[in-house]
Design a protein around this ligand. Sequence first.
Ligand code: C2E
Ligand code: MG
Ligand code: MG
Ligand code: MG
Length: 292
Amino acid sequence: RAKETGKARCVVYSPLRSGPPEYDISLEAAMFQAVREGEFQLYYQPIVDTRTRQIQGFETLMRWKHPTLGMVPPVRFIPIAETNGLINLLGAWALKAACVQLKCFEEAARRSLYVSVNISPRQFRNDKFLDVLDDALAYSGLRGEQLVLEITEGTLMIDPAHAETILARMAERKARIAIDDFGTGYSSLAYLKRFPISVLKIDRAFIKDLPESLKDGAICNAVLDLARHLGLSVVAEGVETEPQLAFLEQRGCDYIQGYLTGKPMTSHVAMAALKEDKYATLQPTDRRADTP
Ligand code: C2E
Ligand code: MG
Ligand code: MG
Ligand code: MG
């Protein structure tokens, strides 16, 4: 990548940094430039009701289109933004943009939808986070219940007492909390009792080998049972095949998200999918070739 840009790639390791040991300085510099140039964009991935096959909402996924590096994946730039604090700026922009876009999606669909936005640990801990949330809701006119905030188990566990306060404030606004990548963290199930959580997102790691893997099948069954008894809804992440969908549907999984029903797409493409009510009308065989 250094050769592509013609710049020296400087990688430093400092024990004072909380970020990953390999910190890409040139990418960090490019990120500040990217903010000024408006190179960041939001993509939208449909979250589909397993029974009706209708789009119920979208998860927003950030994209960075660099003029020479091309698409820089979030796994590369989010950790940098998390380390240098740029995530607060990017995250505030994403939250507001997502809420505004959802209003447009609703006009196209002529029904109520929701939007699910990823919140990183640093954003969640930021003093201004609730102000950012209020601003996004007020500016867009979105109701709190139309907003889902995706956090990981790790985010809750860094400072559980603080998390409790923030989640209570979110609940006052009716915004819902989803646990992203559920089952991959190091936390105990006790947090499901302690915190006001509404949605569990089963990580793709447990979905990808379905329906053949008996272990993954058992884990998905257990999560679905747990969610049912706790009154939580479940989204299965990374659903790519019809047999995976069939397995999840049969076991009462409410929602799926994955390449089968749509890759992350631009707002323009998402709008078209909504107008056609795409997944509700297509046959299973058609849906397979459906990703944009
Ligand atoms: P995530 O929130 O767990 O997002 C799901 C990831 O799985 C996305 O990767 C999505 O493109 C991918 N995915 C969805 N369906 C499938 C499938 O069927 N098969 C496969 N193989 N992958 C699928 P993406 O967009 O590269 O994002 C990676 C991670 O970066 C996200 O994981 C999230 O943790 C983070 N991220 C993305 N956008 C944002 C953002 O706006 N803010 C924050 N804080 N983090 C973000
Ligand atoms: Mg997510
Ligand atoms: Mg996830
Ligand atoms: Mg994941």
